[in-house]
Design a binder for this molecule. Structure first.
Ligand code: ASP
Length: 356
């Protein structure tokens, strides 16, 4: 008899496991025992399913880098004992957490599937049951004895996305996530159809490498019409700041006024790394297209290409914690480490994975 698939569910909190607090009338997380009572279906899998929980479970707005490291360590410690991992997580910051985990876990050879829900699992119309059940199926899926999706992913409603390509797009809809710059890795209907060409498979037998350092001396600066020099100056002069994700207009454009550009230039001269990502959800930064982008390029801003803000932020936290020289960090920022970015002139996905 083949061995039963072994799946570890890591419950961090989020709406999927929330119930109305009778005192406050607000939704707050309950423990995993309460959730599993709602899920007799888990036994029908016939898998070896184990669970571990954050104590206490949290609303994902409370997530922080230390908890991403904790999640990565749980996966590292249990890596050899399970075929796949399902992380139950609030939707609000799921895209940040999935991005962070993708950088913390190098040479991943097993599925790590984030999911959650818009309605708590105890509610009649919950989307949580289907999300969890399909995530478990994906986490256990094998082809020729190897995992079908050895990546950090987000599964929601009927689509599986690469985690570091994903954004939460809807407050209310059951299809709460989108990955505008990368195709879904699978779509679940009557069957689960995998998009094998879009999935990254590890080359050779590389050993899992766990990283446990992130540096949060970073900022996100969103450009808007009317932004003041005072604001930019205070953000860029934040004590200990090492890097800034600047969210610009369209293909990477921002005001060209001298007060704006000189703030950026002097931050770059002080050693602050500035990474340009677009406020648009689809498409890529190209600072050579307009004068308004070119001025940033000349000031020393580097392109984040088609990265999501979530991926750019967590990748930067990862790189500045693990490398000390800015040249290496800048080179790695716009190179794909875990399939999080596609530079414009590289279209063959097999050529764009970088070893570090
Ligand atoms: N506030 C909740 C959370 O992110 C929302 C959700 O889970 O959908 O934890």
């Amino acid at each position: 008899m083949p061995k039963k698939p072994a799946i570890l569910i890591i419950y961090t909190g989020g709406t999927i496991g929330m119930a109305l607090d009778p005192e406050t009338g607000n939704l707050s997380p309950v423990n995993f025992v309460e959730i599993s009572k709602q899920l007799p279906e888990l036994i029908r899998f016939g898998f070896d399913i184990k669970a571990t929980s954050f104590s206490p479970p949290i609303d994902s707005s409370e997530i922080e880098p230390a908890l991403w490291i904790k999640l990565a360590k749980i996966i590292g410690e249990q890596y050899d004992n399970f075929d796949g991992f399902v992380i139950l997580h609030g939707t609000d910051t799921m895209a940040y957490s999935a991005s962070a985990l993708s950088f913390l876990i190098e040479n991943l050879g097993k599925p790590v599937i984030f999911t959650g829900s818009q309605l708590p699992i105890g509610m009649l119309r919950t989307d949580g049951k289907e999300n969890l059940i399909t995530s478990i199926e994906i986490a256990a899926a094998k082809i020729n004895n190897s995992p079908v999706v050895p990546e950090v992913c987000i599964f929601f409603q009927n689509k599986l996305f690469r985690g570091n390509r994903t954004k939460k797009y809807s407050v209310d809809f059951f299809n709460a996530f989108r990955s505008e710059n990368y195709p879904p890795l699978a779509e679940a209907g009557i069957k689960i159809e995998y998009n094998y060409n879009a999935i990254n498979y590890p080359y050779g037998e590389k050993k899992l490498k766990l990283h446990t350092r992130l540096d949060n001396n970073v900022a996100i600066l969103k450009v808007f019409p009317g932004i003041t020099g005072k604001l930019i100056n205070s953000v860029l002069n934040t004590e200990d700041l090492k890097a800034v994700i600047i969210e610009t207009y369209g293909s990477g454009n921002a005001p060209t006024s001298s007060w704006f550009i000189s703030e950026i230039e002097s931050a770059v001269k002080r050693g602050i790394i500035i990474i340009n990502v677009s406020q648009c959800s689809t498409g890529s930064v190209d600072m050579t297209k307009y004068n308004t982008g070119n001025k940033l390029l000349e000031a020393g801003v580097i392109s984040g290409h088609d990265m999501t803000t979530e991926a750019a932020l967590t990748k930067t936290m990862f790189l500045i914690a693990n490398y000390s020289d800015n040249e290496t960090i800048c080179n790695l920022i716009n190179k794909p480490l875990r399939g999080e970015v596609l530079m414009q002139n590289l279209t063959d996905k097999k050529t764009y994975l970088t070893d570090i």
